[in-house]
Structure formats: C-alpha cells, structure tokens
Design a protein around this ligand. Structure first.
Ligand SMILES: CC1(C)C(=O)N([C@H]2C=Cc3c(O)cccc32)c2nc(Nc3ccccc3)ncc21
Length: 330
C-alpha cells in the first residue's frame, strides 16, 4: 500500500500509471489524466469499456488504434501504449494540457490573423501528413484540435478516421454537421481528403472569426446554408484570408483546393519554412530508427533494450515502447 504523499488515499493505478484525474467523458469512454511511475511524465489514458460497444463500434475502436499506431507527427496526439483486458481497452496517449482550441477561442475570442496563420499551418502539416500516409481524419473541428503546454496544436480523436485509396470511395456519414462538406450532406460518395479540406476551411473561418461560417437552429436549416455555399465575411477579415477560405469552401469537391494549393496561397506566405513541412516529405519515424541515446538512457535505468527494440519493431505498444516514447518526449 503506497502510504506516501497521498496520505493513505488509495492511488488508482493502471499499469505503470497513477491516475490523477478525469479529463473528459464520452458515451463509452472516459479519458483520465495519469502519470508514469518511472518517467513521471503526464499522459492521457482513454479507457474504453468494450462491453458497452456493439460490433460496429468495437471495430471502429480497433481501427482508431491501428491508425494511431501508424501516425507519428509533432501536431498529432501520440499513442504511447495500448493495454487490453477482457472488457477494457486502455489507450495511453500524449496529454495536451491546454485543452481544446474551441475553448481557447470561446474564452479569449478570435485569433488575429498572424496567430491564426501559425496555428493553421500546424493543423495543415498534420492533415497533409495523414493524407500522405493514406488516412483521412473525417472529423476535423475546433473541438478536436487540442493545445499542448507550448500552445502547439495536437490533433486528437481519430475515431472517425479511415484509410482511403485513390479511386476508392467512402460513404459513411461522419463528422460534426457545421464542419461537414456539402457532398456528405447529400449522402454522396467521396474519396476522403477533400472532405477534410472543407472542414479545414470551416476551421480557418472559426480561428479568424470566432464563429461558424454555417450554422442553423435545425439540421435542415444548417444543411440548406451549407448547400447554398454562402457565408458572411466580417469586416475585419483580410482579402487574402477571404480568398483562401473561398477556395476551400467550394461546393464542387473536384474544384476545391488541395492541401498543396492551400500551402502555396499568398495568405499562407511565410509558413512554408516551418519544420513540419520537412517531416511530411520524409515521414521518417523514431519507430523505424530508434534513438540510440534514449536506448542508452533506458539501459542505464536497468531496462532491457533488446526487448525495447523488438517492441518498437513489432509495434507492440507495450510498457517498453511506452517508456521509450515517454523519454523521447522530454
Ligand atoms: C487521449 C486524448 C487524445 C483524448 O481522447 N482526449 C479527450 C479528453 C477530452 C477531450 C476533448 O475535450 C476534446 C478532444 C479529445 C479529448 C484528450 N484530451 C487531452 N487534453 C485535454 C485537456 C483539457 C481539456 C480537454 C482535453 N489530451 C489528450 C487526449
């Protein structure tokens, strides 16, 4: 019994993690703030009760895990470890301590365009990386864009994401209505990236205006607004910003800007040199070429690094991998 600083209050533990609080609750999942007992790093653990899920939603959870295992980018929440029991799945993830961009804007109001540009460039590099990796997020919205302690963007919640392949069409209705593309409202089939671009257009509008471009008191009135493709441009929005948003919120998917076109737009000028654009062209990862310095540090902690190498190679996402990723973070 740990009678240390908690003065006898029972520390709840999951694996090597001490639970410290609750960050959020979903219908079949709860997200807890926790701390790794060895590295003392804060993490966010998404705890899913499998017994509450029907086979379709269970399949979606496993797909989310598989997709998150594949993604490694500075502006995407990192998955460190997966633990599974008969009834539960525990996804140990990077903790974005400053919460949702949505709440940040609700509290501090719209961002000035320079701030919005820097934030949007981070979001864009993460989404481009997903598309290059063959993944469409499909639920991009201000509520899923988190901020870490350094105010960097961390995209969360790949619950709706899916792989897309050129030529293949997806059809599931997903995402949040104010961010959903017209073709999704029309129940049309779509490839994937172009509905993320529409949502990015809505996100950029929200960052700059602090309000949604399309809204409505009923789903029907919202749908009509989206399908009209008309939205208000406030007096304070620059013409360059308006021009970019109008190229993303295009009704016809084939005429909508692609991410490379967005990056070249004059409103985005000056963000191309950010580190992330380098990573997209060469998606190297610390999984394929483990960081030898971290392995040496683990060895000095008495941790078996041959087990760690094997765990990284097999994408086991077990305790060894978690310690490696957590030490890499610092
Ligand atoms: C594991 C993971 C990725 C996750 O599933 N959530 C949940 C939980 C709350 C929530 C939300 O409010 C919006 C999106 C995702 C989520 C996380 N929340 C955080 N930070 C946070 C901090 C203060 C407020 C909200 C979120 N970091 C990592 C995650």
């Amino acid at each position: 019994m740990d009678t240390g600083p908690t003065q006898g209050k029972k520390q709840i533990r999951v694996g090597f993690y001490d639970i410290e609080g609750t960050i959020g609750k979903g219908n079949f999942a709860v997200v807890k703030l926790a701390r790794h007992r060895i590295t003392k790093t804060e993490v966010a653990i998404k705890i899913i009760d499998k017994t509450q899920l029907d086979p379709t939603n269970l399949e979606k959870v496993y797909r989310e895990v598989e997709i998150m295992k594949q993604l490694e980018h500075p502006h995407i929440v990192k998955l460190y470890q997966v633990m599974e029991t008969k009834n539960m799945i525990y996804m140990v993830c990077e903790y974005a301590s400053k919460g949702e961009i949505f709440d940040y804007i609700a509290r501090y109001g719209r961002m000035g365009e320079p701030r919005a540009r820097a934030t949007f460039a981070q979001i864009l590099s993460a989404v481009e990386y997903c598309h290059v990796t063959g993944v469409a997020h499909r639920d991009l919205k201000a509520e899923n864009l988190l901020l870490d302690a350094q105010m960097n963007v961390k995209i969360a919640d790949f619950g709706f994401s899916n792989r897309f392949a050129p030529g293949e069409r997806l059809s599931t209705w997903c995402g949040s209505p104010p961010y959903a593309a017209p073709e999704v409202f029309r129940g049309k089939h779509y490839a994937g990236p172009e509905i993320d671009v529409w949502s990015l257009g809505v996100v950029l509008y929200v960052l700059v205006c602090g309000a949604l471009p399309f809204d409505g008191s009923t789903l029907q009135s919202l749908r009509d607004r989206v399908l009209s493709g008309r939205f208000r441009i406030p007096y304070f929005m620059s013409t360059d910003c308006e021009s970019l948003i109008r190229k993303m919120l295009v009704l016809e998917p084939s005429k909508r800007y692609t991410i490379p076109q967005i990056k070249r737009h004059r409103w985005m000028a000056g963000t191309a040199d950010s580190i992330c654009s380098v990573i997209v062209t060469r998606p190297s990862s610390s999984i394929q070429e483990p960081n030898e310095q971290i392995l040496r540090l683990m060895h000095s902690l008495g941790i078996d690094i041959s087990r760690t190498r094997e765990s990284l190679r097999n994408s086991s996402y077990d305790h060894h991998a978690a310690i490696y990723f957590l030490l890499l973070e610092r």
